[in-house]
Design a protein around this ligand. Sequence first.
Ligand code: SF4
Length: 363
Amino acid sequence: MNRIVPKLDATLRQPAELVAQGLAPAAGLIDLEKVAARYAVAVTADLAALIDRGDPDDPIARQFIPSADELIGQPGENADPIGDDAHSPVAGIVHRYPDRVLFKLVHVCAVYCRFCFRREMVGPGKPNALSEDACRDALDYIRSHREIWEVILTGGDPMMLSPRRLGEIMADIATIDHVKIIRIHTRVPVADAARISPEMIAALRVEGATTWIAVHANHPRELTDKTRAACARLADAGIPLVSQSVLLAGVNDDAATLEALMRAFVECRIKPYYLHHGDLAPGTAHLRTTIEHGQDLMRALRGRVSGLCQPDYVLDIPGGHGKAPLGPNYLSRANSRERELSPEARYRIVDYCGEVHLYPPKP
Ligand code: SF4
């Protein structure tokens, strides 16, 4: 493997910088400029160092280096693929389920993922940064809805805020009696692990609510020593960690990679939580798989790793109708032939090797 680690300390944001660093071919610069004019680009030094410049199909590059394929739209793709706007009662809040809200605090991220379902909403220059007044209104909304038990800070990436600002908002949320859980969705432990500083960790621990962190990573190579150390700092501070990943063609859509990713999460004290089917975000068709392929991979995973390593494979139903588990389903009604063979049998169950068993079994 020809892995060259560049000496970088700044985030790369311009296609020309990516070309200069050997992360994108010079011949594609004009197309990359077109992509960058529409969707934000940022590759942190940590992630640039992970990219194998000798591999044209590098799974880390595929997630962060823009591609001309992003200029190709597909029917069904939508600027708001999971219907945030339809469920937004006030700026910054998405209230889709009764007991929880998304609180979109910031519109910037440490890195910009090429498959992002909020790609039309995140990045410098996007119109939905939350003002101080809007932030106050969002807090008032949460305060006045007693059914809200959990507040999910997302964005953008909430860990792009300074520890002081994040701590203030966390403390404000935690003073609301009925809010018991604050969950933070972040890519920062992977993209810029140094931000998980003692100050940041202190900001995350608040009186009156329990903090959970959902760490976003899609390939086992993202769980570097630095990232593992950052996750250990969070876990050692008593903050429970869960994972979220996106199933991505050419990144993690094979059983061995998914297995290694889930094992790496568990080694880092991160409980695998969600494996998202790719959303219908514009210009992301080249990164989506079929649902059937996703189900095959989940079947394979069931046979390879323990329950501790199993995420839920889910789809956000377009239009904002919430998440649905995509299976696979291991249980179905016994058919008439099976009931003739075994009159007690009501169900057929498929085991992790693909063999069918009737249930209840013959006495
Ligand atoms: S970090 Fe999250 S919000 Fe930001 S670009 Fe990646 S997927 Fe989108």
